[in-house]
Design a protein around this ligand. Structure first.
Ligand code: PLP
Length: 387
């Protein structure tokens, strides 16, 4: 059976050019960038070229780019690193209630260790109000962390406006740009951010590699202590093939960005139109305009999301209920609860995210199968309305 992958927010297939670029660094060019011999120097050169590629894409300086093991590490590094470096100035952090767990969990950890964290509410679309941030800042606030775009409902946050507030108050701003790189402007000066997280596997690069941008002069504790790599900020031997793959994926993303955005937006809008048209008692979540070009998220009332996923999988469609990390749990999504969805309705969530290999045929396939699947599940539903 042909598989139709509609879970690009969970992860993306590596671009063939990325695979090719990495290959040699698993075998022939296996050197350690800290070694002084020629093989080591070749590995170092490859890492530094990748760093320049990322720096160029973010309009940053190469020394402001730190390679990490992924988005989770970048978020942990930014939040814990700034918190501990700034603890003599203050102990207050502001974030939103719809962040990824990679931000929420380090915040919970810090709460247990003497820090004070404000989790701001969002509106029905998932938008953070910059005025709420202004009101929440105290003389103890040291860091604000707001995601650029939400991984479940796709809403894009007003980072520029938030950064104006942070600048006025002299507080560092971190943004988790894991879902938005490749579709939104990620020029760190346009955004006005001090720290920014990326993850290569979300833009057709390898898993297990990420980036933390740290603006020059930002006070931050190292994330890992050891052999002094990454200017003593993140020790451990570099993941050379991964970093090379990340650099290549960044390069391709910048080159193909306009084309990818156009492609994804067209398919996303077709998919949204088709589902809302064909299935009654269904609503689109997230902001209707300020949303990621590849994200469709629905509440399909009177059905369970997990049952929908299994039935979709049976006809070859790979989808998600929400974030990949929480889809193993039966707890309703914290994002949906935060935008005011009832716990019962939150169970009927469905996320379909398109990408560079999605075709019109894929969208039509969903339109052919999903209405029947929903009708079938609603017949046996215990979640309210009788069909
Ligand atoms: N932040 C966001 C918004 C994400 O969507 C994800 C992954 O789903 C992460 C962080 C974690 O990234 P990684 O899987 O590279 O650790």
């Amino acid at each position: 059976m042909q598989k139709i992958y509609l879970d690009y927010a969970a992860t993306t297939p590596m671009h063939p050019d990325v695979v090719e670029a990495m290959q040699n660094y698993f075998s022939e060019e296996f050197g350690n960038p800290l070694s002084l011999h020629s093989r080591g120097r070749e590995a170092k050169k490859a890492v530094e070229e990748a760093r320049c590629e990322v720096a160029h894409a973010l309009r940053a300086k190469p020394e402001e780019i730190i390679f990490t093991s992924g988005g989770t590490e970048s978020d942990n590094f930014a939040i814990k690193g700034v918190a501990y470096a700034m603890k003599n100035k203050g102990n207050h952090i502001i974030t939103s209630s719809i962040e990824h767990h990679a931000v929420l969990e380090p915040c919970h950890f810090l709460q247990k260790n003497g820090f004070d964290v404000t989790f701001l509410p969002v509106d029905e679309y998932g938008l953070v109000d910059p005025d709420d941030i202004k009101k929440a800042i105290t003389d103890k606030t040291i860091l604000i962390s707001i995601m650029y775009a939400n991984n479940e409902i796709g809403t894009i946050e007003p980072i520029k406006e938030i950064s104006n507030v942070c600048k006025e108050k002299g507080v560092y701003l971190h943004t988790d740009a894991v879902q938005s790189f490749g579709s939104l402007d990620t020029n760190v000066d346009h955004l006005g951010v001090d720290l920014l997280s990326l993850s290569a596997h979300k833009f057709y690069g390898p898993k297990g590699v990420g980036v933390l941008y740290i603006r020059k002069g930002t006070r931050i504790e190292p994330f890992m202590y050891g052999g002094g790599q990454e200017w003593n900020r993140r020790a451990s031997t570099h993941n050379v093939p991964g970093i090379v793959g990340c650099g290549k994926a960044v390069q391709l993303t910048m080159k193909e960005k306009d084309e990818r955005v156009k492609h994804d937006t067209g398919l996303r809008d077709k998919l949204i139109g088709s589902i809302l048209d064909k299935i009654e008692d269904t609503r689109l979540d997230g902001h209707p305009q300020h949303r990621l070009p590849n994200n469709c998220h629905f509440i399909v009332k009177y059905v369970e999301g997990e049952s929908m996923l299994l039935k979709l999988d049976a006809v070859g469609i790979e989808a998600a209920t929400g974030s990949a990390c929480s889809s193993g749990s039966l707890e309703p999504s914290h994002v949906l609860l935060a935008i005011g969805v009832s716990p019962v309705d939150a169970h009927g969530s469905l996320r379909l995210t398109v990408g560079r290999l999605t075709t019109e045929h894929d969208i039509e396939h969903v339109g052919r199968h999903l209405p029947d699947i929903v009708a079938e599940l609603r017949k046996i539903s215990t979640l309210g309305k009788k069909f």
